[in-house]
Design a protein around this ligand. Structure first.
Ligand code: HAM
Length: 432
C-alpha cells in the first residue's frame, strides 16, 4: 500500500524549503522595516467568516472552499485567504483600541479547491500584510511600494503592476447598474455561469475566463469613469505617491479581483516569467470589512503574495544565487576510538553558533568525506588519534580545497571568526 499527497498539494522537500525560508526571512525583515508586526491566526475559521467577507457569489465561496462540519456540529472552513481571518481577529481582540493603524503581516497555508496546474494548487502559501485603521492614500501607496520593494529585494526585475479603483458605496451601485444593463444587452454572448452573475453580482463578470465573456467584458463600461469626487481624489493621490517613487504602473479598470470586500484601490503584480497563472501578488483596500464583522467603521488595506509563484519567478530569474551561503562544518572521525572527543567538539562548535554535524551511520573515513561533499558542507574537520595527540587538526575548505592546520583549542574561535566575517559580508580571509 502506497500513499500519495492529495491532489493539488506538494511536499516541500529540503532544497525547496530552504528557498522558502529564505523568501520568508527576506519578507519578515522587510515588512518589519516598514513597521508591520507578525500575527498568527487559526488555519480554520467559522464558515460565515469567509462567506461574509469574500462574498457568497464569488468563485471562492461558491466552488472552492474546504468546508466541513466538526464533531460539535459547527461548520468550519480551511482558510482560502488571510484577510478575513486577520480582520476577524482585529475585531475579536478589540485591536481598534490599539494605536492605529495596526500594521500586521502573516505567512502560512491557504486552501482553495481549484483545478490544479502549474502555479495553482489546492494548498498554497501566502505572505501577506494588512494595515488597518487608515484611509490615507499614502498608506495605499505604502502597501503597493512594499510589495514592489519586496519583489526587488529577492531579485525580481521584470514585473508589471496594475492598479485600479473600485469606487465605494457612493458611486459603485450606479456603476454596477450600468454594468448590469450592458450585460443584459449582451446576454446571448455570455456563458451559463455569467448569466447568473448578471443578476447576482455583475462585477463578478470580470472574473470569467470564457473567451466569449471576456470579449464582451473588454468593451464594458469602466468603473474609473464613474468614480465620485472622493474616490477620484483618493486614486489620484495614490498615483502621485507612486509617481514620486518612480514606480511604473498600468491602470486596469477591469481589475476587480476575485473577492467582494474591495473598495477604492486594488492592485496586482504579474510576472512575465510565469505561465497562465501569472499573478504573483495582489491586494487592495477594504473599508467596510471591519464593520461587516461587527467592529466600528475602520478602513484597511493589504496584499498577499503567492509563495509558490514567487519561487518559480525567482528561480527563473536565477536570483536564488543571492541566498546567503551557509558556513557549516562536518567532523570526519578517522577512528571510532575518538568518537567521544569528536562528539564533544561537535557540541562545542554548535554551542558557539556554528552549524555542525557528524556521521551517525558508521561510514568509513572515505564514506564520510563523500557524504560531506554531497551534502555541501563548507568545512571538513579531520579528527583522529594523531590529531588528538598533537592537538592540531586539519580543516579543509570544501569550496576552495584549501587545507588549514589549526590548533584544536583554537578551532572554535577560528571558525567563529569566519562565520562572523561572513555574516558581516566581508568574506573569508585565508588563515593558517
Ligand atoms: P488573491 O489574489 O486571491 O488575494 O491571492 C493572492 C495571491 O495568492 C495571488 O496573487 C497568487 O499569487 C496566490 N494564489 C492565489 N490562489 C492560488 C492558488 N490556488 N495556488 C497558488 N497560488 C495562489 C488574496 O488572497 C487577498 N487576501 C489579498 C489581500 C490582502 N487583499 C487585501 N489584503
Amino acid at each position: 500500500m502506497r500513499f500519495y499527497a492529495p491532489k493539488g498539494t506538494t511536499d516541500i522537500l529540503p532544497d525547496m524549503a530552504k528557498k522558502w525560508r529564505y523568501l520568508e526571512r527576506k519578507a519578515s525583515d522587510l515588512f518589519e522595516k516598514y513597521e508591520y508586526e507578525p500575527i498568527v491566526t487559526p488555519i480554520f475559521e467559522h464558515t460565515d467568516v469567509f462567506q461574509r467577507a469574500i462574498g457568497t457569489s464569488t468563485d471562492i465561496v461558491q466552488k472552492e472552499m474546504y468546508t466541513f462540519e466538526d464533531k460539535g456540529g459547527r461548520s468550519l472552513t480551511l482558510r482560502p485567504e488571510g484577510t478575513a481571518p486577520v480582520i476577524r481577529a482585529y475585531v475579536d481582540n478589540n485591536m481598534n483600541q490599539m494605536p492605529q493603524p495596526v500594521k500586521l503581516y502573516y505567512t502560512g497555508p491557504m486552501f482553495r479547491y481549484e483545478r490544479p496546474q502549474a502555479g495553482r494548487y489546492r494548498q498554497f502559501f501566502q505572505l501577506g500584510v494588512e494595515a488597518i485603521g487608515s484611509d490615507d492614500p499614502a498608506i495605499d501607496a505604502e502597501s503597493i511600494l512594499l510589495m514592489i520593494d519586496y519583489f526587488r529585494s529577492v531579485g525580481l526585475k521584470e514585473l508589471t503592476l496594475y492598479i485600479n479603483s473600485m469606487g465605494c458605496e457612493n458611486d459603485r451601485p450606479k456603476y454596477v447598474e450600468l454594468l448590469k444593463q450592458y450585460a443584459i444587452a449582451h446576454e446571448q454572448e455570455l456563458c451559463k455561469d455569467c448569466r447568473k452573475r448578471v443578476e447576482l453580482n455583475p462585477l463578478r463578470l470580470f472574473d470569467c475566463k470564457e473567451e466569449s465573456c471576456r470579449r464582451v467584458m473588454e468593451h464594458a463600461p469602466k468603473i474609473t469613469d464613474y468614480l465620485d469626487e472622493d474616490c477620484k481624489n483618493h486614486f489620484n493621490a495614490v498615483r502621485r505617491y507612486l509617481d514620486m517613487q518612480g514606480v511604473q504602473y498600468i491602470i486596469k479598470p477591469e481589475l476587480v479581483r476575485g473577492l467582494d470586500y474591495y473598495t477604492k484601490t486594488t492592485f496586482e503584480v504579474v510576472s512575465p516569467l510565469l505561465g497562465a497563472q501569472n499573478a504573483i501578488g495582489g491586494g487592495g483596500r477594504y473599508n467596510k470589512l471591519v464593520e461587516e464583522f461587527g467592529g466600528p467603521p475602520t478602513p484597511g488595506i493589504g496584499f498577499a503574495i503567492g509563495l509558490e509563484r514567487l519561487t518559480i519567478a525567482v528561480e527563473k530569474e536565477g536570483a536564488f544565487v543571492a541566498m546567503e551561503e551557509k558556513t557549516d562544518a562536518f567532523i570526519a572521525v578517522a577512528d571510532k576510538a575518538v568518537k567521544e572527543p569528536a562528539v564533544n567538539l561537535l557540541y562545542a562548535l554548535r554551542g558557539a553558533g556554528i552549524a555542525t554535524d557528524i556521521d551517525y551511520t558508521g561510514r568509513s573515513l572515505k564514506g564520510q568525506l563523500k557524504y560531506a561533499n554531497k551534502k555541501g558542507f563548507r568545512y571538513t574537520i579531520f579528527l583522529g588519534p594523531q590529531e588528538l595527540e598533537t592537538g592540531i587538526v586539519q580543516v579543509k575548505d570544501m569550496k576552495t580545497s584549501e587545507q588549514y592546520a589549526i590548533k584544536l583549542n583554537e578551532l572554535v574561535d577560528w571558525l567563529s571568526n569566519i562565520v562572523k566575517s561572513q555574516t558581516m559580508g566581508s568574506g573569508v580571509t585565508k588563515q593558517s
